[in-house]
Design a protein around this ligand. Structure first.
Ligand code: BGC
Ligand code: CA
Length: 216
């Protein structure tokens, strides 16, 4: 083959790889440290050692214009704990659909199968800024303990999500995502911002969740 054709073919391959990376989204992995905080929307000492992550995938709404969260995750044998600081300048819960109120959602796939529909170990939890809980597939109040607090930047959510099908152990990787719903003053949802999902799919498709690695 002539040198030019080889260069041409190689460049096409590189362009193809770059384009597919830009279009598809990479599944993210977060690390949860071991610890058991008290669920009261006050920052316990144990949270200070946890890594901080940011919801930075704008499923709807524009970065800088809609609410987002900085969050941390801890775990113990019974479940995971979430500390979320939600930056939201206007809090509204007028919509009758809880997912269109200012709220966060936590998604858990205990087996991390990344299947395209929910099975028994996947669940969707939601809580609004006023600590009103609501539940998607497989979730219920028996497995969700929450506290919220309004702040000058928006609100804080501290939550425990208990596992339903297994005990957690060091080294396990479970499926996990965190979503922020942002309502405007008219009670319309103007923002959906997630840590991992890039389309509004996590509520029905766990393959859009990220990974959460449990470390001690
Ligand atoms: C989604 C909504 C969906 C709801 C169902 C939310 O996470 O953003 O579009 O209707 O879940 O529980
Ligand atoms: Ca809002």
């Amino acid at each position: 083959m002539k040198r030019v054709s080889i260069i041409l073919i190689l460049s096409l391959i590189i362009i193809f790889i770059l384009a597919s990376l830009a279009l598809g989204q990479q599944t993210q992995t977060a690390v949860a440290k071991y610890g058991k905080p008290k669920i009261d929307a006050q920052m316990d000492e144990v949270w200070k050692s946890a890594n901080e992550y940011v919801t930075d995938r704008y499923v709807s709404g524009t970065k800088g214009k809609v609410a987002y969260a900085k969050f941390r995750v801890l775990w113990d044998e019974d479940g995971i704990y979430v500390w979320a600081e939600v930056y939201d300048s206007l809090l509204n819960k007028d919509n009758t659909n809880p997912w269109e109120q200012d709220s966060i959602e936590v998604f858990v796939d205990e087996g991390n199968e990344k299947a395209s529909s929910y099975d028994n170990n996947d669940a969707q939890y939601r809580v609004n800024f006023d600590n009103y809980q609501s539940f998607g597939t497989n979730a219920s109040k028996d497995y969700f303990v929450t506290a919220t607090k309004k702040t000058d930047f928006g609100y804080i959510v501290e939550a425990q999500v208990k596992m339903r099908t297994r005990k957690l152990k060091e080294g396990m990787v479970i499926g996990f995502d965190l979503q922020v719903n942002d309502a405007n003053m008219f009670g319309n949802r103007v923002g959906i911002v997630a840590w991992n999902e890039w389309d509004n799919e996590a509520w029905r498709n766990p393959s859009y969740f990220g990974n959460l690695k449990l470390e001690k």
